[in-house]
Design a protein around this ligand. Structure first.
Ligand SMILES: [Zn+2]
Ligand SMILES: [Zn+2]
Length: 415
């Protein structure tokens, strides 16, 4: 057995020509609220006080040439200057310093841990990160954030270089769409997958633009960002308007160099395009994306439909709507949605069915549905795949001519 006592381990470490930082780091569990440098220095003194006279003579002073780190810690000020210079090109509230250390040093360090059988030593990388981070904090009066920083500066101590990682920005809002010709998000050409071909006229896209592009482009410019993604609370069909109080969304901007935004300016710029309108903007955390994706809010629609040749009596129409209100409906997956998905039955509730107007074979109605209801299919019946459905109950054909979303029942309080 060669279980060493703590004192023997310290003695062994003292013989290895280490700087105070590296010595202190090996015994990181000893002492609280002191730096590794202070700990290393204290260990030398403590050992000298406790040892025999003979041993005390052997106690080495801090060496000018650390056999482990090659005096890396003399360069901390230089490192923090380099990090600062790079950080100052960006806007951020908090930051994190990370580092890449010469792998040879890290190997040497691990070898010492094994030889001395140390289990709670601190890795050199951790000390470098902390020491550089502390100086940067003092210099710019911003806090290091280990959890979720706006910006990460990864220092490479071998090459005196810094790599910057910017956290994405997330901005919540609601959008309205007044056009029946644009999709919610960029729709890549299915033939060329974005390269550009005859089918898409070289654009790489199926549609000239989208809500995502109209509102995302000004924002990516304002933030000097790299790319944008719109996360919507569900989506409307391309030919459907989205009106009323608008659809909740979160816009994500990747690699934003600027993050102190005047959201009113974004709103003003996005709303110059008459096809969309955004409102209720505010900065949010990443978690908001999941939250709106899972919200499952009811939606209200206005549908314009045309009836079969025989038409429908107004009184009968109203009676049928009353019957269907609050009823649970069963829907098989429509053909248009996904051919590959195995047929599953969806159970949803349709509420507040109202006939707004009727003129011969044209009718307009409003209805409120649970999230995920196939509304068109509820109206025309989808060849009986939705049960019950409006067409069957009216005993005539119901063609959906227009279907607009008029309200998303996501309370303002949850914004
Ligand atoms: Zn050292
Ligand atoms: Zn194409």
């Amino acid at each position: 057995m060669n279980a060493k006592t703590k004192l023997e381990k310290v003695e062994d470490a003292l013989e290895r020509e280490l700087c105070d930082h590296c010595l202190g780091r090996l015994f990181a569990q000893l002492g609280h609220g002191i730096t590794n440098k202070e700990r290393g220095k204290s260990l030398r003194i403590a050992y000298a006080m406790l040892g025999t006279e003979e041993e005390r003579k052997k106690v080495p002073e801090e060496t000018a040439n650390c056999s482990l780190c090659n005096d890396l810690f003399d360069e901390i000020q230089k490192f923090s200057d380099i990090v600062l210079e790079d950080l100052q090109r960006f806007e951020f509230e908090d930051f994190l310093v990370g580092s890449r250390i010469d792998p040879e040093i890290e190997e040497k360090e691990e070898k010492i841990w094994t030889e001395l059988n140390l289990t709670s030593a601190e890795p050199i990388k951790t000390e470098v990160n902390r020491e550089v981070g502390r100086r940067v904090e003092e210099e710019i009066d911003k806090e290091a954030n280990l959890e979720d920083p706006d910006i990460k500066a990864i220092l490479d101590t071998r090459f005196d270089s810094v790599e910057i990682e910017l956290s994405p920005l997330f901005i919540y809002g609601r959008y309205k769409k007044f056009s029946r010709d644009i999709p919610q998000t960029t729709w890549i050409c299915t033939r060329c997958r974005g390269k550009g071909c005859e089918k898409c006229g070289g654009t790489g896209k199926m549609y000239e633009t989208s809500v995502e592009e109209i509102i995302g482009k000004p924002l990516v410019e304002m933030t000097s960002g790299e790319d944008f993604t719109l996360h919507g609370m569900g989506r409307e069909d391309i030919d459907a308007k989205m009106v009323g109080n608008g659809r909740p969304f979160v816009m994500e901007i990747k690699n934003p160099e600027k993050r102190f935004l005047e959201l009113d300016k974004w709103k003003e710029r996005a709303n110059r395009d008459e096809r969309v309108e955004i409102d209720s903007l505010k900065m949010v955390e990443r978690e908001k994306v999941q939250e709106i994706k899972q919200a499952g809010s009811d939606k209200s629609y206005r549908a314009k439909i045309s009836l079969g040749r025989e038409g429908v009596d107004r009184a009968k129409f109203k009676k049928v709507l009353e019957e269907l209100s609050e009823r649970e409906i069963s829907q098989e997956t429509p053909e248009r949605v996904n051919h590959r998905r195995a047929d599953k039955i969806r159970k949803r509730r349709v509420k507040d069915l109202k006939l707004d107007s009727m003129d011969g074979k044209k009718a307009a109605l409003t209805l409120r549905c649970e999230a995920g209801t196939y509304v068109k299919e509820f109206i025309h019946g989808d060849g009986g795949r939705t049960q019950p459905n409006l067409a069957e109950k009216l005993d005539t054909i119901c063609e959906v001519e227009e279907l607009d979303v008029i309200e998303i029942h996501y309370p303002n309080g949850s914004e």
